[in-house]
Design a protein around this ligand. Structure first.
Ligand SMILES: Cc1cc2nc3c(=O)[nH]c(=O)nc-3n(C[C@H](O)[C@H](O)[C@H](O)COP(=O)(O)O)c2cc1C
Length: 200
C-alpha cells in the first residue's frame, strides 16, 4: 500500500504586531520538512515590512525554494484549504489580530485565511492562535473565550520569565516551540525550554 503524504499545516499570518513570530514559525516548520500552506492578510504584509525591514514577498520567495512550502492569495477562495474535504493537520494563526479573532468568534469568513480557520474549527482539527494586543478589552477577551470553548488553543506570545531569556529571539523561539507542541508537530519542548528545579 502507498504511504499517505503528510498532511500540511496551514499557517495564517494576520496584521497584528509580531511578524517575527510568523517568520520563525514558517522557517521552523520548513526545517522540519513539515508541509506548510501559508496565507497572509493584506495588513500582515504591511506590518511585516514595518517590523522586519523586508517585504513579505521576499520572504515568500525564500520559502518557495523549499519543496514543502506552498501559499495562496488571501482572495483565493478556490484554494483547497477553503474546503473541509481537503485534509490538513490543522492551522496556526501567528500573530492573530483582534480583527481575525473577532471574525472567527462570529463565524465570519470573508477571505481565505478566515475561511481556512473556520474550516479547521468545524472539522475539529487543531487550531492554535497566537493573539497579540495589549491591553485587552472585554470584547477581545470574550472573543478569545468563545474560540477557546470551540477548542482552539489560545497561546499569547508571553515571555517565559522563569527561563530568563536574554533577548527577543529567545522569547520568539520559545513561543514558536510552544506553538509546535500545541499543534501536534512536536511532542514536547526542547530540554533548554523546560522548567527545571534550580539549585538553591
Ligand atoms: C504596525 C501595526 C501594528 C499593529 N499591531 C496590531 C496588534 O498588535 N494587534 C491587533 O489586533 N491589530 C494590530 N494592528 C491593526 C491591524 O493590522 C488591523 O486591525 C487590520 O485590520 C487587521 O487585519 P487582518 O485581521 O486582516 O490582518 C496593527 C497595525 C499596524 C499597521
Amino acid at each position: 500500500m502507498m504511504a499517505q503524504p503528510a498532511r500540511p499545516l496551514v499557517v495564517g499570518i494576520t496584521g497584528a504586531s509580531g511578524s517575527i513570530i510568523a517568520r520563525e514559525l514558517v522557517e521552523a516548520l520548513l526545517e522540519r520538512d513539515t508541509p506548510v500552506v501559508v496565507v497572509a492578510s493584506n495588513a500582515a504584509r504591511m506590518v511585516w515590512q514595518e517590523e522586519l525591514d523586508e517585504s513579505y514577498n521576499s520572504a515568500v520567495a525564500r520559502w518557495a525554494e523549499q519543496p514543502h512550502f506552498s501559499t495562496h492569495a488571501i482572495t483565493d477562495l478556490f484554494a483547497p484549504i477553503a474546503s473541509g474535504t481537503y485534509p490538513t493537520a490543522g492551522m496556526i494563526i501567528a500573530p492573530a489580530s483582534m480583527n481575525a479573532v473577532a471574525s472567527l468568534a462570529h463565524g465570519l469568513t470573508p477571505n481565505l485565511l478566515l475561511r481556512a480557520a473556520d474550516v479547521t474549527i468545524k472539522e475539529n482539527r487543531r487550531l492554535t492562535l497566537i493573539p497579540r494586543e495589549t491591553p485587552l478589552h472585554a470584547v477581545h477577551l470574550e472573543n478569545l473565550l468563545t474560540l477557546s470553548r470551540l477548542g482552539a488553543t489560545i497561546l499569547p506570545p508571553e515571555p517565559p520569565f522563569y527561563l530568563k531569556p536574554l533577548d527577543m529571539d529567545g522569547v520568539v523561539r520559545f513561543v514558536v516551540q510552544r506553538a509546535l507542541v500545541a499543534s501536534g508537530v512536536t511532542d514536547g519542548l526542547p530540554d533548554d525550554m523546560q522548567y527545571r528545579d534550580r539549585e538553591r
